[in-house]
Write a protein that binds this ligand. Structure first.
Ligand code: PHE
Length: 338
């Protein structure tokens, strides 16, 4: 029995088979117990001898069983570990990740350039007083130039700002005659326009203002040229054309040389070699005075440009409405990572 039990134990694999073996040899109805039960038929002399022998066999079998059980458990554990193993070299799952809107990206790029040129960022309200949007900019009521910017009025005195120029006045008032003053202000503006590929009733401007002693038109040109080259490339040039704004004198419209045609003419610049990008000029003495700066001592220059227009030129966007409809097929082209 011992031989048979031990050799059979060696062939058993797995928990189930092991348990069956225990029932068969060591269980209450097992073979060893059956032998012990049969002891009654033995003579009193034989009983202790056989009994001791049977107990020896039992403890041998139990020992062998415990050993085998340990082995099986260990194998089981190792198998589980193998099955559940994590491959740490597998690439991770990609998370959907947001990124800057092309308009915000353009604003940030423009701000970065002007910060590098010593400017600070300023802000002002979108819902503005008629006073700041027009009057303090030398556009009194009934001034014909008010028609240049068809206005959304909230009340007689309150409107949606038609340009970021009111921030010029608000910043000068805050600075209380302090110089130097160098700010740029990005922000939303509104005009009663019919929307099409190049017009939107709501768009974004970047305003610039510098006030100090001895500011000259050449400072304006130098700053704008530096901006144009950093924004569009070192090969670009700018050109100033005389113009009119009630809040600057003299005033200019500024063109950027067309990069894509190299001066020989193309659709972007309509074969002129130049594209208009902004309005600018020397701050009108009356505007300085109304905002608390003595025009006999201080002078300034200001400029304002449409940010969508800059973004369209820089990134080759042909419809301004693309910036507002939030079509991800458009927006995701401005990912700067992959
Ligand atoms: N505010 C003007 C516009 O919206 C642009 C401008 C700004 C012109 C500052 C001159 C100086 O068209």
């Amino acid at each position: 029995l011992r031989q048979r039990a031990l050799s059979e134990l060696a062939t058993r694999e797995g928990k189930e088979a092991l348990n069956e073996w225990r029932v068969q040899f060591l269980g209450k109805k097992g073979e060893l117990t059956a032998i012990l039960r049969g002891m009654g038929q033995l003579s009193p002399e034989e009983r202790p001898v056989i009994g001791q022998f049977v107990n020896e066999v039992r403890s041998q079998l139990e020992e062998a069983f415990a050993e085998k059980e340990n082995l099986v458990k260990k194998e089981e554990r190792e198998r589980k570990l193998r099955e559940q193993a994590v491959d740490v070299t597998l690439p991770g799952r990609k998370l959907p990740f947001g990124h800057e809107h092309p308009l915000m990206r353009t604003i940030r790029e423009m701000e970065d350039i002007f910060i590098g040129l010593g400017f600070e960022i300023a802000e002002g309200p979108v819902v503005e007083l008629d006073y700041y949007n027009f009057e303090a900019l030398n556009l009194p009521k009934n001034h014909p130039a008010r028609d240049m910017q068809d206005t959304f009025y909230v009340t007689d005195e309150i409107l949606l700002r038609t340009h970021t120029s009111p921030v010029q006045v608000r910043t000068m008032e805050k600075k209380k005659g302090d110089v130097p003053l160098r700010i740029v202000c990005p922000g939303r503006v509104f005009r009663r326009d019919d929307d099409d590929a190049t017009h939107s009733h709501e768009f974004t401007q970047l305003e610039g203002l510098v006030v100090d002693r001895n500011i000259r038109m050449s400072d304006l040109k130098g700053i704008l040229l530096a901006f144009a080259k950093q924004m569009f490339g070192q090969d670009r040039e700018i050109r100033l054309r005389p113009s009119y704004f009630p809040f600057t004198e003299p005033s200019a419209e500024v063109d950027l040389s067309c990069g894509s045609c190299g001066g020989s003419g193309c659709r972007v610049c309509k074969h002129t070699g130049w594209i208009e990008i902004l309005g600018a000029g020397m701050v009108h003495p009356r505007v300085l005075e109304m905002a608390g700066y003595d025009p006999e001592i201080y002078r300034g220059f200001a400029f304002g440009m449409g940010i969508e227009r800059i973004a369209m030129m820089k990134y080759g966007v042909d419809d301004i409405r693309q910036f507002y409809v939030n079509d991800v097929r458009f927006i995701h082209q401005f990912k700067t990572w992959s």
